[in-house]
Design a protein around this ligand. Structure first.
Ligand code: NAD
Length: 399
């Protein structure tokens, strides 16, 4: 169980690009990073595309005015001159900027924590992975929901054979906030999400399903997709070619089949993620609207609801517990869990501690690249008339 005690020798000097006053996701990063006060200290930021608003915001967060920068280029250059300069930066800007900011940060000698989808192409991902290796730096990806520790319980139970052989994988991440065309006109964060120049080759597949896809890999690390079929739609036609709804069918190498539904036009839906793994003996099911509960359904027995923090759970699940049983945790705690693992990874990388790096389960650059490959394969299928395509783990060109 976590209690806020330090996991690394001292907090890392941390900054942000983006995540400003009007940004949707910035506060989640700050909740995650600053929760324990022993992992990260916020020392600098280029928080906003509008420099004045960014400076005012940074000062209100308690950052020294001289370290609230007008843009990330100036921040990286000036912080590199300081003895107590930045060590790690989080990137919480629209998708189309992730690659250039990550590259500039690594070249400035910083570790990077970046939003998803990581980049537009897996070729960019491989290039950045090589650069990070050359510079001896970590690139983490904020698949924030994946910090819900009951996902590690699912991973442990599957590994222990508690559900038998996996047969069916059912994944869903949907909401209804883009059900009307108006959503694209009045919400700045929505406007760029339907512009391929900024969002990339997908809308909901990249915005939503990359999370769920990573969570499925976290739960079932040994399951490899052999081929998939993606059927995507733009119910609001002005969004085409970007989809606001998609179904993806999957065949896994072990003979299992899967289905993922992602949508921003699931009107009225407020449940978010649903993950159901069906095995030959039993099934596991988790919804993020009830993050403290995991259903374990053994064929022929009464349904069991496993509750977060209880001693019957696996130790790798309870290692991420913060509040204890009877007290609700949720997305803020999930982000804190992910950020704490980023801090431990960065510290291990700085110390050359490969053993810790290999044993730590967290969304690293490979998870980011894997998410891009997922998107590339989905787009390739969709553009070929929703054909079945072999799941390529190589860059696949057009996407
Ligand atoms: P947003 O449009 O609400 O906010 C973007 C922020 O970045 C704003 O503060 C803007 O001023 C700032 N910005 C833009 N360009 C900048 C630049 N060049 N330099 C400095 N600041 C800049 O977007 P959002 O919804 O917060 O999404 C941002 C990223 O986070 C996207 O990649 C999105 O996919 C991702 N996201 C992830 C999650 C998650 O759960 N991990 C949730 C929401 C969004």
């Amino acid at each position: 169980m976590l209690n806020g005690e330090k996991k690394i020798a001292r907090p890392l000097r941390w900054g942000m690009v983006g995540g400003g006053r009007l940004g949707q996701v910035g506060y989640k990063h700050r909740i995650g990073a600053l929760r324990d006060n022993t992992a990260f200290t916020l020392v600098a930021g280029a928080f906003d595309i509008d420099p004045e608003r960014g400076k005012d915001f940074g000062v209100n967060l308690g950052v020294d005015e001289s370290r609230c920068y007008e843009n990330y280029q100036t921040m990286f250059a000036q912080e590199a001159e300081k003895e107590d300069g930045l060590e790690v930066v989080s990137i919480a800007t629209p998708n189309g900027t992730h690659y250039e900011i990550t590259k500039a940060a690594l070249e400035a000698g910083l570790h990077v924590i970046c939003e998803k989808p990581l980049f537009f192409t897996s070729a960019e991902g491989e290039e950045i992975k090589a650069l990070a290796e050359e510079k001896g730096k970590i690139v983490g990806v904020t698949y924030g929901f994946s910090g819900n520790q009951l996902l590690l319980q699912m991973r442990a139970m599957i590994e222990q054979g508690k559900i038998g052989d996996i047969r069916v994988v059912e994944l869903q991440y949907t909401h209804g906030f883009s059900s009307t065309e108006d959503a694209d006109k009045f919400n700045d964060a929505q406007k760029w999400r339907v512009d391929p120049k900024i969002a990339g080759p997908t809308f909901v597949l990249g915005d939503l399903s990359t999370h769920t896809y990573y969570m499925s890999k976290l739960i079932m690390p040994d399951m490899k997709i052999e081929k998939l079929l993606c059927d995507r739609q733009s119910f609001i036609s002005s969004r085409a070619p970007l989809e606001d709804n998609a179904f993806v069918m999957m065949h896994y190498e072990n003979g299992a089949v899967g289905r993922l539904w992602t949508s921003s036009v699931n009107a009225g839906c407020m449940d978010g993620h649903r993950i159901r793994i069906v095995g030959s003996k039993a099934s596991l099911e988790w919804w993020d609207s009830k993050p403290s509960e995991l259903r374990y359904e053994v064929q022929g027995e009464p349904v069991q609801t496993l509750i977060r923090a209880m001693p019957y759970l696996d130790e790798q699940c309870n290692a991420d517990e913060r509040l204890g049983a009877l007290h609700m945790e949720g997305l803020s705690d999930a982000w804190s869990n992910i950020y704490l693992k980023f801090a431990v990874a960065i510290d291990a990388k700085n110390r050359g501690d490969e053993e810790t790096l290999h044993s730590l389960v967290y969304p690293d650059i490979d998870a980011g690249i894997d998410g891009i490959r997922w998107l590339e394969n989905c787009v390739r299928s969709a553009e070929n008339g929703s054909a079945w395509v072999d799941f390529s783990d190589q860059p696949v060109g057009s996407a």
